[in-house]
Design a protein around this ligand. Structure first.
Ligand code: TYM
Length: 333
């Protein structure tokens, strides 16, 4: 990728398992769409993944699988940089400097830290606490203008903005202050079983999430079991979180507005509606699944993409890091 006048995008995803429908709608789908208009950098966040204990062999395998799935979703390595976070040491290097410009109180307020430390009470490690600083480094090291994420990452983005502004004020203009890019529909896809909770692959109930590699039968079955309400009418409302969630999914995959969906299913039951939602998901995921299997089978190609991606990313990141090291007074020889 050459230096251009286009604005820059950075985003990342953890390789902790197959992506969910929520990952796809909230983030990855948009990553593909934004490639035409922006210079995009997309990262497999394997360093973030170890804030929770991982099996090393699984993490290694899943990092390749995550890369294959991103490419299958339409991320084009000719247009965008795709790489694995640990292949670019500048992230960790910048993270240290930024952590010395972040307050303990700021990190204590992060809701994801509070949630995750409650869920993994036996392993509340320092990395889990300082994770948002590493995420700020991921973004700021590329001077990204825009960060496409789901709503759950908004607070981390706010922190990255605050850290950037604070550093710029203390050491002169250095970082671009990044803007979040959060989709209007589908910023927070909810659990199919408990629609007041975010859909998450770490949920213990497998019926609560759709994975991008789920077979069509599993997708149909999970939607059939999705929790709705007893009213039997398809319209969006705060009192109908289950139905509203299904409408968001259907809207994203068919391009139909909520009004159109309401009209389409007027007088029809939830059974028919759920089948249609399932089919819209299958229609999008089936070709991606085929492409995923094809790409994953070609390990040389995949590793070549990641190697080239790491080199391109390093060139940009090292420059920012060198500038920062100089500004904070680290001796240069
Ligand atoms: P992660 O791996 O948890 O999720 C990846 C992306 O998917 C979005 N997402 C959702 N969107 C809508 N509905 C849902 N149910 C849902 N679940 C997940 C997330 O918002 C995210 O955009 N910290 C990040 C990874 C990261 C990163 C970064 C992101 C590391 N460095 C720098 C942006 C910039 C994370 O854990 O995402």
């Amino acid at each position: 990728m050459e230096i251009s006048a286009k604005k820059r995008i950075l985003s990342g995803i953890q390789p902790t398992g197959t992506f969910t429908l929520g990952n796809y709608i909230g983030a990855v789908r948009n990553w593909g769409l934004l490639q035409q208009e922006y210079d995009c950098i997309y990262m497999i966040a394997n360093m973030h993944a170890i804030t929770v204990r991982q099996n090393p062999a699984d993490l290694r395998r899943q990092s390749r699988e995550a890369a294959a799935l991103l490419l299958a979703c339409g991320i084009d390595p000719q247009k965008s940089i795709v790489f694995v976070q640990s292949h670019v040491p500048a992230h960790a290097e910048l993270s240290w400097v930024l952590s010395c410009n972040t307050q303990f109180g700021e990190l204590s307020r992060m809701t994801q830290f509070k949630d995750k430390s409650a869920r993994h009470a036996d392993n509340v490690n320092a990395g889990l606490f300082t994770y948002p600083v590493l995420m700020a480094a991921d973004i700021l090291v590329y001077n990204a203008d825009l960060v496409p994420v789901g709503a759950d990452q908004k607070q981390h983005l706010e922190l990255a903005r605050n850290i950037a502004s604070r550093f710029n004020n203390a050491y002169s203009d250095t970082f671009t202050v990044p803007e979040p890019y959060i989709p209007k529909t589908g910023a927070r896809i909810m659990s199919l079983q408990e629609p007041d909770k975010k859909m998450s692959k770490s949920d213990t109930n497998v019926n609560s999430f759709i994975l991008m590699l789920d077979e069509p039968d599993a997708i149909r079955r999970k939607f059939k079991r999705a929790v709705t309400d007893s009213e039997g009418a398809v319209y969006a409302s705060e009192e109908k979180p289950g139905v509203t969630n299904l409408m968001s999914i259907y809207s994203v995959f068919t391009g139909k507005s909520f009004e159109e969906i309401q009209r389409e299913f007027e007088g029809k039951g939830y059974g028919e509606f759920k089948d249609a939602v399932a089919q819209s998901v299958i229609d999008v995921f089936s070709p991606i699944q085929n492409e995923y299997r094809r790409i994953l089978a070609d390990k040389n190609y995949l590793d070549g993409v990641l190697k080239a991606g790491a080199e391109q990313a390093s060139r940009i990141a090292n420059k920012t890091c060198a500038k920062v090291y100089k500004k904070v007074g680290f001796l240069q020889l």
